[in-house]
Design a protein around this ligand. Sequence first.
Ligand code: ADP
Ligand code: MG
Length: 334
Amino acid sequence: MGNLLELHEVTKVYSRGLINAKENVALRDFSLTLKDDEPTILTVAGESGSGKTTLAMLLLGFIEATKGQILYDGRDISTLEGKEKLAYRREVQAVFQDPFAVFNPFYTVDHLLTVPIRHFKLAKSRAEARDKMEEALTAVGLRPEDVLGRFPHQLSGGQRQRINVARALLLRPRILVADEPVSMVDASLRASILETLRNLQRDYGVSIIYITHDLTTAYHIAKSIIVLYRGAVMEAGDVDAVIKNPQHPYTRLLVDSIPWPNLDQRWGEHSIIAREANEDSDGCPFRGRCPSAMDICSTRPPLFEIGPHQTAACYLYEEKPKIVPDRVSELLPV
Ligand code: ADP
Ligand code: MG
């Protein structure tokens, strides 16, 4: 028993322009721990520009943190080499927003699935490769005979996104980073694709980091949630607690802006709509439009422990115990 993934106060700063370079803190002091024996589904939610894709890129090792550390199986991912690097590349898989992006229009589905099998030497024979493909396709709710041999344009958007999930699953990942996996898929298909992700967590023990701007899908798929705003964690905890009883003024605004008479219906159609421009980096990023803003909000609020499974970075809870980012995961149910 140990930790599969640990992020310790990870910060990513992008600088733009050579002269008068402007720094943009896309993600700030983000910490997270996933245990290796407790596969879970965690949502990272936030409006566009809140740092979600930056987090996904960091997790996948596509970009490097400016500050902080990311450990996989106890090893800093920036130092991995050889076999360990290959294992990490195989075990942490991604599904992105655009189901078309990974398809080359001139290759069939078979080709798309064969490439990773070869690259990671997952099968000893063609027959074994075929079995693996069929198993993965079936696991994501596709009938192999419906999709094998087809070209991308012959498939629906929902089928394409399922194939992307199958492709990730082939590699027997331990973590799946799903960055807005259903936002380009028809609303009518979203629920069943998310259901498929949930089955993977249950049946294959894959931990899923579900990244979304959509709180209704988050509510239905995840156990726990981290709400980001302009790169900073605003609130985190049990998904039920945070969505049914939001404590941070920002989360309240998000939840209030969603007209959901019944959380169990019509999910996957409402997105976070809050927007703001407040360029200075000290203080609470939300204070510019926070109805509860106070003088003290010009210094960045730490996280306060509001309940057994809930924390918010807001001085309204100043009398509660403070917690350091590295302890946030202790409040997240699995
Ligand atoms: P999200 O996925 O939540 O929409 P992103 O992680 O894409 O957020 O972006 C977070 C912030 O970082 C935004 O302000 C965005 O403009 C900036 N950003 C993202 N990628 C880059 C990049 N490659 N170079 C410079 N700035 C970037
Ligand atoms: Mg994004």
